[in-house]
Design a binder for this molecule. Structure first.
Ligand code: S3P
Length: 467
């Protein structure tokens, strides 16, 4: 029997508790981080790249549009009926053209910060600007190292935020220690380094996701990574005379960050299980699995491929006795996008979960610490905001206590209004929370932002909950 658990009205969704169990096997769309890099590095490769299963989310389509504006021919491949296979006619390092208008980087911090590095190396003028959320995200973190390399770059509000104006060219190599754990900052410098005189060395105190390193190596470019004794790493990128990039041909694995919502649903929903196939299982992305295992969740992975990225299947089963944990700070960067859904899971676990050392959450698509605390508070979770994280006193019975939720009005009868704050991952996390609350209805507003990373989210979700 199917239940209509999701009711849409304008930019809101009303979610009812899920009472069925399910046993499902799904795939999720191509990884957003890798899709960005594939478009960027395919565009400056020497020859035709074929990218299969590219993410066609708002963020990634903004990357495609940006490189088209820079003169790169990017088209859909019309074979096999897939709408996600693309051909990129790479123009080489120095073939990009000056854009005639502002490059729109939409909601995407990754696109803005990475393309800025590449544009800093190109001898022309460009401007980057995005939506109101993007234009409030910190850019000083890339302006500083790019200026050290000799770039002329400036930004709004005393170089704090986009729009960014860049007059590129004439870069020198640097040694740079990235002050915040950020793959975006690291990758920005790496892309600028391709255009610099001499070899650039970047030091990260805590190693972050390494997709830029992996793809550059896959394209035959000299990049070396050396682990430091203290858990960080040194990344060396050869400068401008080191040769070009080979074109890419590969299939982008499923996005772990999108899979995370279904991992949570499978673990939290009674007598359910779910297998998510062909997902990226790079350990710099899958910190959530480590945390869930610490909590006692039933999680298994099977590796199927290792180049250019590790890919495999993830299977999770309903785990009725997950326990709260103190999250080790060193895995924070490895699950940086998964905190909204992790917080939902911790809410239904037994005991206390503490997350600290995660201040970066304050400068994501929303202030995620605030967004998490606001929404979980609204559904009755005992949660405390910390400067650099949060503390949750989990309660497995919360799943069944919807009737005690605060009411908007008598007529609403248990409907609680939740808010995405324009943040896609908050929106999707709260939809999952709404399905787990058995006796309540939750209305989540401002859900269109889900298209930023996962336009197929509700389609995939319906295929599971209507089994
Ligand atoms: C990303 C890095 C992370 C992550 C973002 C994607 C990337 O940001 O939050 O969603 O593709 O490099 P930071 O590097 O700023 O932590």
């Amino acid at each position: 029997m199917t239940q209509e658990l999701l009711k849409f009205k304008q930019d809101k969704v009303l979610v009812e508790g899920l009472s069925n169990s399910f046993s499902a096997e799904i795939e999720v769309p191509g990884d957003k981080s890798i899709s960005h890099r594939a478009v960027m590095l395919g565009s400056i490769a020497g020859g035709k790249s074929r990218i299969y299963n590219l993410s066609v989310s708002g963020d990634n389509l903004a990357a495609v549009a940006a490189f088209r504006k820079l003169g790169v021919n990017i088209k859909k491949q019309n074979t096999g009926g897939s709408k996600k296979d693309f051909i990129i006619e790479g123009v080489g390092f120095y073939g990009l053209k000056e854009p005639k208008s502002v490059i729109n980087t939409a909601n995407s911090g990754t696109l803005t910060r990475l393309i800025a590095g590449m544009l800093a190396g190109n001898d022309f003028f460009s401007i980057l600007s995005g939506d109101k959320y993007l234009n409030s995200r910190p850019m000083q973190r890339i302006i500083e190292p790019l200026r050290l390399m000799g770039a002329k770059i400036s930004g709004r509000a005393g170089d704090s935020y986009p729009p960014l104006a860049i007059s590129g060219g004439g870069l020198q190599s640097v040694f740079y220690e990235v002050p915040v754990p950020s793959a975006q900052v690291k990758s920005c410098i790496m892309l600028a380094a391709l255009y610099a005189e001499g070899d650039t060395v970047i030091y990260e105190r805590i190693a972050t996701r390494d997709h830029t390193e992996n793809l550059l190596k896959f394209q035959g470019y000299p990049v070396s990574v050396e682990d430091s004794s203290s858990g960080g790493s040194f990344i060396t990128v050869k400068g401008r005379y080191a040769g070009g990039l080979n074109p890419l041909e590969f299939r982008i694995p499923g996005d772990f960050s999108s899979a995370a919502f279904f991992i949570a649903l499978g673990i939290l929903n009674k007598n359910s299980e779910i297998t998510i196939k062909n997902i990226i299982i790079n350990e710099k992305r899958t910190g959530l699995l480590k945390a869930l295992k610490m909590m006692g969740a039933d999680v298994n992975t099977v590796i199927k491929d290792t180049s250019p990225e590790t890919v495999g299947d993830i299977k999770v089963k309903y785990s009725d006795n997950i326990k709260g944990i103190t999250l080790p700070e060193e895995i924070v960067p490895d699950m940086i996008d998964e905190f909204p859904i992790f917080a939902v899971m911790a809410s239904f676990a037994e005991g206390k979960t503490t997350v600290a050392g995660a201040k970066e959450l304050r400068v994501k698509e929303s202030d995620r610490i605030k967004s998490i605390v606001y929404n979980l508070n609204a559904i009755g979770v005992d949660i405390k905001e910390l400067e650099d994280g949060f503390e949750i006193n989990g309660n497995p019975d919360l799943k069944f206590s919807g009737k005690d939720l605060p009411k908007k009005s008598a007529a609403d009868n248990d409907i609680k209004e939740l808010n995405s704050f324009g943040d896609h991952r908050i929106a999707m996390s709260m939809v999952i929370a709404g399905l787990i609350l058995k006796n309540a209805k939750s209305e989540i507003k401002d859900i269109n932002c889900i298209n930023t990373s996962f336009p197929e989210f509700f389609y995939t979700l319906n295929s599971i909950i209507n089994l």
